[in-house]
Design a protein around this ligand. Sequence first.
Ligand SMILES: Cc1cc2nc3c(=O)[nH]c(=O)nc-3n(C[C@H](O)[C@H](O)[C@H](O)COP(=O)(O)O)c2cc1C
Length: 209
Amino acid sequence: MADQPDTPGRSAPFRGPSLRGEPAALWRSLIEAFAAATASSRHPLHLLTVATVDAGGGPQLRTVVLRGFDPGRREVVFHTDIRSPKATQIRGDGRVALHWYDPGQRLQIRIPAVARIHHDDPVSRAAWEACQRMSRACYLADVSPGTPLAWFPTAPLAPAPGDERGLQAFAVVRCRFDSLELLALSAAGHERIRLVFAGQELGREILAP
Ligand SMILES: Cc1cc2nc3c(=O)[nH]c(=O)nc-3n(C[C@H](O)[C@H](O)[C@H](O)COP(=O)(O)O)c2cc1C
């Protein structure tokens, strides 16, 4: 199907091209958006939902912070506690699904991916070095996330610079993908596409919304 020009008045899903534009230009817009979302906690794509598969084959969802987007490797990066249920689930089955919704742009992004955990290796060490002290504090709990408690725990204090007690719990999760799906809502007609990467080739499929 030939590309059609944007419908006048419809809200563009990005500051760049709409879903009707060239796939390469769309991909560049996404790279820019995810770079900005990694850098700013106020960006609408800063938080994402990650779905994993649990030991019983059921879905498990939770919110995480976007810590990186590597367009060359096609990887979405987040940090977690190696003791958490999600880390156990990913070790059992690396298949994950990632989800964002930007209400300002009325844009949904879905990415099926395969996750790999980095723990106690050069990747996790480099990410730990770059972590803010308050982020490091999250890894100081002496019990695993999800452990039943008799009381609410006190907030951990920001560790001193050089305090590496949290490092043993700290893990980097890199989620590699070969396709992604976008849905842009509009009164002028919803648009849904899939971008598919095959080697150096980038293709686009238009889908019924
Ligand atoms: C706004 C927000 C940001 C969060 N960011 C992270 C994160 O980056 N990494 C993480 O492991 N958990 C994060 N959490 C907590 C998870 O949503 C989840 O409750 C926790 O990791 C335990 O998940 P699990 O039991 O599925 O392993 C965040 C929660 C919220 C509400």
